[in-house]
Write a protein of this length. Sequence first.
Length: 210
Amino acid sequence: MKETINMGGYGYAGSELNSSHDYLRPAVCKELAHFTAGAKRLFDLGCGNGSIAAILARDGWDVTGVDVSSEGIAQAQRAYPKLKLAKGSAYDDLATKYGRFPVVISLEVVEHVYAPRDYARTLYDLVEPGGVAIVSTPYHGYLKNLALAVTGKMDQHFTVLWDHGHIKFWSIATLTKLLSEVGFGTPRFERVGRIPPLAKSMIAVARKPD
């Protein structure tokens, strides 16, 4: 339970959406629109306070999810008691406990994990053959990093003073390598929030072979 030790204290002030969902939610919902009613089972790996899970459930998805944050899960269970959200870690054997799903989402999680290959293997195991993983994380690329440096915002962005905050900073190349290593096909990316070179986040859609 390494991740529980590192991340269990990650705090949530409430059960509402946060500002990142303004640009993540439309892109994720657009991807999910491709699935038929019979395939609308979804696992949310790192469900946080349950706010996204609740929206997807209202859209007809059968959502199961876990998060390591005790406070996040407490908020989710109070606000959305009918949802199947529980405390759990990407370092747990989640596929044995919950089964496999046609879709697994994991939004703004991979940048927080100490052992990303363990996380990626758990992600892969949760996806059924032919299914997809949808993973978002803050975008990093040459032009964005240059802009951060020029504007003096590098320390603010790559802060080391945020308890349980970002400890990994992913590019399209490195996230592709991580997902490909565990067996996913080459992911397709969309950059969201601002213009693409300065995007706030990127969303990878990776398919598991049949």
